[in-house]
Structures are given as structure tokens and as C-alpha cells.
Design a protein around this ligand. Sequence first.
Ligand SMILES: *[C@@H]1O[C@H](CO)[C@@H](O)[C@H](O)[C@H]1NC(C)=O
Ligand SMILES: *[C@@H]1O[C@H](CO)[C@@H](O)[C@H](O)[C@H]1NC(C)=O
Ligand SMILES: *[C@@H]1O[C@H](CO)[C@@H](O)[C@H](O)[C@H]1NC(C)=O
Ligand SMILES: *[C@@H]1O[C@H](CO)[C@@H](O)[C@H](O)[C@H]1NC(C)=O
Length: 336
Amino acid sequence: MLIPRYVLLLIFIFSISAVFGQQSPINFLDSGKKTSLRGLSVVNDKIIWASGSNGTVARSTDAGKNFTWQSIKGYEQRDFRDIEAFDSNTAVIMAVAEPAIILKTRNGGQSWYKVFEDTSEGMFLDAMDFDEDGINGIVVGDPLPNQHDLYFAMTSNKGESWRIVTGNSDKFQTLEGEAMFASSGTNIQYPTAIITGGSHSRLFYNGTHVLPIIQGKESTGANSIAINEKGTIGVIVGGDFSNDQSSADNCVLVKLQYHPKFTIPQTPPHGYRSCVIFVSKNTWVTCGTTGVDISTDGGLNWNLISNESFHVVQKAKKGKSIYLAGKNGRIARLEE
Ligand SMILES: *[C@@H]1O[C@H](CO)[C@@H](O)[C@H](O)[C@H]1NC(C)=O
Ligand SMILES: *[C@@H]1O[C@H](CO)[C@@H](O)[C@H](O)[C@H]1NC(C)=O
Ligand SMILES: *[C@@H]1O[C@H](CO)[C@@H](O)[C@H](O)[C@H]1NC(C)=O
Ligand SMILES: *[C@@H]1O[C@H](CO)[C@@H](O)[C@H](O)[C@H]1NC(C)=O
């Protein structure tokens, strides 16, 4: 029997779309470096900065076609868990512990200078965040040993200088065993929303609020918070990183109002998640060691789009592109 031509054409079209339909939305741009990337800052669709262990900073100015890698001289043993980039030349990076250090570059990473240092024993910085203009910023850390205050330092000049403001408020008292995870530099949303984990997992937002997120162990709790552009809705993700396949109590939506109102997703993200971002309108993306999920209904239902492990996801501050980074120096773009 002869098959009419248009049927063949249809079969051809369907098989093509099937092939494309199965293609992974994750486009790997670089990988294979011996570094765990947890810092990521995307200036626009072309300018991407990432930071991580072994004193590593990676930078691309051509949408990830070519990355320049460096292990900063004198800081080769340091773990730069967070980065904030302001343009292709200017960025600050944060090394978490003992001493806690923030370095800045103004020449695209050719040289770095120290803008903050605290040599206190037991220091542990978790995350930095800046306002939209990148002028005013804050860095948050775990309480120092035998203290209960969250640690804060602030800048009002693009990270050129910082002042420690810990202890100026009784609003930021932690409970025994409550701290933060420096897993993606997103525990704080400038200026007022902070999430904790460990023995207790809470939201600090106009007071403290116990989160309906798994807690009670050192490995459990909220890891990341993102807020929509209007500042009305937040999404918080986390879980138990020692049991990263589990989706138990790993995500909550929060209406940011006088008394924050929590909603548990109907279909949570598929496993422990270390980072979440707001994309647009009702779309959010989250990632972790067991994969990447997207929600297009305001965070109620999450669809696993990849089983690839990533620590951090960021959207271009001025642009549409979404990039991810993680273990072994992997950096990828999420294709639409
Ligand atoms: C890189 O850092 C890791 C810790 O994150 C360390 O175990 C490893 O030895 C370092 N590798 C190199 C090549 O310095
Ligand atoms: C990538 O960047 C390096 C360092 O800046 C440069 O030497 C090289 O020519 C670039 N490669 C491409 C393909 O642009
Ligand atoms: C925070 O609480 C104060 C009262 O303590 C209230 O006036 C204010 O509106 C609250 N802020 C938000 C954003 O809900
Ligand atoms: C993830 O892995 C599971 C189990 O191997 C598989 O069924 C599923 O199709 C994968 N999902 C994606 C988006 O690759």
C-alpha cells in the first residue's frame, strides 16, 4: 500500500518534534573544573560570574561561550560561597569562615582587594544581598559561638566598605542549634527577609515565624528564599541534604503581609533544594543535588525538568537568561 505523501510528511514532522521535545532544557556551557560552585551572579544575558571552592572565580562576557577561570592568588584554599557582580568589571566575593573575607575587583577579576575581614573565632558568613541599584548591601552570618545574634554587616557604597551591625537589635535572636546554610548565597533577600535552618527553621520577616519546613537536625531546614517583583509573595525551599531524594516538607509559599501566610505546594519540588528564583509572573525555578524543577502556577505544582545536580540558579538581573552552577565547575543555561 502506498502511503500518501502528506502522511509521510506528518510522520517526519512528528518525529522531529519528538526528538526536540525530548531534548534536555539544560545546556552545559562548562564543566570539569575541580571546584564546587555555589556563588552565581548574572548581570545581563551575556555577563555571568560564578565563584566557589579552591579560590575559584569564573567569568563570561559572551553568554557562556567562553569562561575565564582563575584561582585567586593567595586565596587558593578559600571557598567563595557567594558573589555579587555589578557589571563586567566589578564584583564582590565572600569567603565564609575564619577569617571571613570579602574581596572586590574593579578590573574584571585581574586583581582583587580586601574590603572586609573579621577574624573572630567561629565566624561563618552565609550570604550577601544588594538592593536593585547594587549600592546598599548586607551580608549575613551564623551567630558567633556562645551568642545568639545573627551576624550582620552592611555596605552603602557597592561593597567598598562594610560596617558590622550585629547586636543592634533583639529581633534577630536565634535558638539553640539554629543557623544558616551557605548553600547558594540566598538565605537573605535585601533588606528584611531571612531564613534559617538546623534545629529550627524560621522566617525572620517583621518578627519570627516557624516555617512548615523539615527541621530538627543539622542537615535540615530552609536553604533559600526568593521574592516576586512586587514583594508580595515568597517561595522558600530546603529539605534534608543528608537525604536529598526526599521531598518531605521541602518547600513553602509565603504571602508576605503583617502575619505572613504559608501555603504548602500540592506537588513539591522533587528532592532537597538549595536555591530558588523568581522568574516572572507565576514562574519560579528551583535546583538542588537531585535536579531542577519549574513551577508555572505560582509555586503550587513543581515539574522536574532535569535530574542534573546544581547548587545555585540565577536569572539575569537585566535580562531573561537563567543560568545554573554546581559541582565539578559545571555551569549551564536553562533553555526555554
Ligand atoms: C579544592 O577544594 C576542595 C575542597 O572544596 C579540596 O578537597 C581539594 O583538594 C581542592 N583541590 C585543589 C586542586 O586544590
Ligand atoms: C576565551 O577567553 C580567553 C581569555 O580571555 C581568550 O584567550 C580566548 O581567545 C577566548 N576564546 C574565545 C573562543 O573567545
Ligand atoms: C510589620 O509589622 C508592623 C507592626 O509591627 C506593621 O505596621 C507593618 O505593616 C508590618 N509590615 C509588613 C510589611 O507587613
Ligand atoms: C529523572 O530520572 C527518573 C528516574 O531515572 C526518570 O524516570 C525521569 O524521566 C528523569 N526525569 C528527567 C526530567 O530527566
